[in-house]
Structures are given as structure tokens and as C-alpha cells.
Design a binder for this molecule. Structure first.
Ligand code: ADP
Ligand code: MG
Length: 325
């Protein structure tokens, strides 16, 4: 079983940033209003995520770390509204690291914890805990040294963690996020108000106030696919595409087709070595998009890729044209 979990971990958990993504998504699924992420050694020594969400009851802690146990699966695999749905993350992490989950259900008098160390389980047992959940991951990949060799070094892993937190944070402006651990990657994102102002406030903190103040608004809809975006004017661009954030139904995605559409939209106004800054939100019927392609890569498969591409290019070009660009 540990072997199966280690193999699964190879799929879900590529690097510290993948652990952070899974733990933060779990916190959001638990309805957290505040999420604290701390790392040490690029996340290879320590990753700790604390939330003030629903918590996990003592008798459910063993289920949380059991393979394919999820409290979130709906009947229809295409109708995935919560972020997690596979029940793979925690058992996978427990197979390749030292995992501690300490939790207290909101309103409960006391808390409990469970430990999984390279696959072997101890607990649950009573433990002092604040309401919500703390998940601590130490010595990531100690149980799979071959994987450890692929890590890129502390700086690179730390900035991948920060990038992951920022991408998620933009999708949840009402949630307070903090990130500590790397010198240049500290984040403190206060909870923003609901609505467009809150979204702009969060974008200003994550992508910079200069971007938020000068960005052009894009709003469009075509055949049931909605697009809402903020895009940079051509004088505000970057040397790489790292500052393009894309979301499908509120889920951060890294998708080549979306990136290619943004590039095509700017083709006439930007040199090839410059990249727009953009935050782009697509909304569509969950049955028309598959976010299930790979557990970690955040690829998406649109039922009608041409429609989405045309929508993005058309809407961005229109906004640029209206701004006289
Ligand atoms: P999934 O998110 O796909 O369900 P995970 O392995 O990530 O699978 O988590 C397993 C289960 O543990 C979740 O379904 C949820 O019930 C519980 N859980 C995990 N993290 C938290 C958390 N931070 N707060 C409350 N419950 C959690
Ligand atoms: Mg999960």
C-alpha cells in the first residue's frame, strides 16, 4: 500500500509547490477565511499550512489520509465544484514525507492529531489545537531519494511555492493569505471585500498596483462561455509570461491554449520577446471543460477549444482597440 501511495505521489506531488497547492486547496474547500503558509528549505524541510476552516473530527482523521477517501466526490465526475475530488493528496504526501495533521472541528471542545511517517500511521490521538486544521509536512521526499535529486534548489522551489500561493490567492480575494519562509517571497494578503473592488485590490497586491491601476478591463461572452479579464497596456509588459494568471471556473490553470490566445491577441502590438500581464477568468458549464486531465499539471481540455481561443483573442483585441492601441 505504501508502494502504491509512493507511485501515486509521483503523479500528484512533483515538488514542494504541489504540496502547497493541495494543502491550500483543502483549506479553501473547508471554507477557510484565513490561510497561513510557512515553509523552510524551499519547502523540502518544512511546509506548514494552517486554516480556520471546518476542521476534521477525530474519527475522520484516518479517512483523510486513506487512499481514495474524499468527502467531496459528487455523483457526476464532470460536475466538480470543489477543488479537491480525488482523495489522493494526503495519502500521497504521507507516503513520501512526515505528515502531521492536527485539527479541531469548529465548536468542538478539543482537537486531535494523526501522523503518517513514510506511510506508517500513528494516532489519532487527542492534541491541543485551534479551531480549523494544521497540516505539517516535513522532510519531503525523504522516502523517495530519487525524486529528491530532481529538486531545483531552495531559491527555485521557494519561488515556485510563492507563485502557487499567488495564483490561488487571486481566485479567492475574500480569503486572507500569508506566506512566510523565503526572504523575497513573503506575502501578506488581507481579506478583500466581495465584488470587483475586492478583486482589483487583490490583483494590486499580487501583480502590482501599477498593473491594477492601468490594466484594461475585458468582459465578453460567447455561446455560454464567459470571459472577464484585466490585461496590461503594451507599455506595461514583462520579459516572460509568468505574470499571466488564468482561471477556469475559479480554478487556476496553466494552459498552453490560453497562453497562445493571449499572445495572438497582442501579436500586432507587442514584440515577440515581451509578454502581457493578465488575469483572465473563464466561466463555462463544467460539462464543457475537463479539468481532470492530470492531477497536478492544471491543464484543461475544452470541449470547443476554437470557441475559447476566438473569445479570448476577439475580446482582448476589442479592449485594446477601444483604448486606442
Ligand atoms: P480531496 O481533497 O481530493 O478530498 P485530500 O487527500 O486532499 O483529498 O483530502 C482528503 C480529505 O481530508 C478531504 O476530502 C477532507 O474531507 C479532509 N481534509 C483535508 N484537508 C482538510 C482541511 N484543511 N480542512 C478540513 N478537511 C480537510
Ligand atoms: Mg485535496
Amino acid at each position: 500500500d505504501t508502494m502504491i501511495n509512493q507511485i501515486a505521489a509521483g503523479e500528484v506531488i512533483e515538488r514542494p509547490a504541489s504540496v502547497v497547492k493541495e494543502l491550500v486547496e483543502n483549506a479553501l474547500d473547508a471554507g477557510a477565511g484565513r490561510i497561513e503558509v510557512a515553509t523552510a528549505g524551499g519547502g523540502l524541510n518544512l511546509i506548514r499550512v494552517i486554516d480556520d476552516g471546518s476542521g476534521i473530527a477525530e474519527d475522520e482523521l484516518p479517512l483523510a489520509v486513506a487512499r481514495h477517501c474524499t468527502s467531496k466526490l459528487s455523483n457526476d465526475i464532470h460536475d466538480i465544484r470543489s477543488l479537491g475530488f480525488r482523495g489522493e493528496a494526503l495519502p500521497s504526501i504521507g507516503a513520501v514525507a512526515r505528515l502531521v495533521i492536527r485539527s479541531r472541528v469548529r465548536g468542538a471542545g478539543s482537537g486531535s492529531e494523526i501522523r503518517v511517517d513514510g506511510g506508517s500511521l500513528s494516532g489519532p490521538q487527542p492534541a491541543p489545537a485551534n479551531p480549523g486544521t494544521m497540516v505539517e509536512v516535513r522532510d519531503l521526499f525523504f522516502a523517495t531519494p530519487a525524486r529528491l535529486k530532481f529538486m531545483k534548489g531552495e531559491r527555485a522551489e521557494t519561488s515556485a511555492v510563492a507563485d502557487t500561493v499567488k495564483r490561488i490567492a487571486v481566485a479567492f480575494p475574500q480569503v486572507r493569505f500569508t506566506l512566510t519562509g523565503g526572504e523575497r517571497t513573503r506575502l501578506d494578503l488581507p481579506a478583500e471585500a466581495q465584488g470587483p473592488d475586492g478583486m482589483l485590490g487583490r490583483l494590486a497586491r499580487v501583480l502590482g498596483s501599477e498593473f491594477a491601476e492601468n490594466a484594461l478591463a475585458v468582459e465578453a461572452e460567447r455561446e455560454g462561455v464567459g470571459l472577464s479579464a484585466r490585461i496590461s497596456i503594451p507599455s506595461f509588459t514583462r520579459a516572460n509570461a509568468l505574470h499571466q494568471y488564468a482561471y477556469v471556473n475559479g480554478r487556476p490553470v496553466r494552459d498552453r491554449q490560453v497562453a497562445a490566445a493571449i499572445r495572438a491577441a497582442y501579436a500586432d502590438v507587442l514584440p515577440r520577446d515581451r509578454h502581457a500581464v493578465a488575469a483572465l477568468f473563464l466561466t463555462l458549464d463544467p460539462a464543457l471543460v475537463d479539468v481532470n486531465v492530470h492531477p497536478a499539471k492544471a491543464d484543461v481540455r475544452f470541449r470547443d477549444p476554437g470557441l475559447v481561443r476566438g473569445l479570448i483573442i476577439g475580446a482582448i483585441r476589442q479592449s485594446l482597440a477601444e483604448a486606442g492601441i
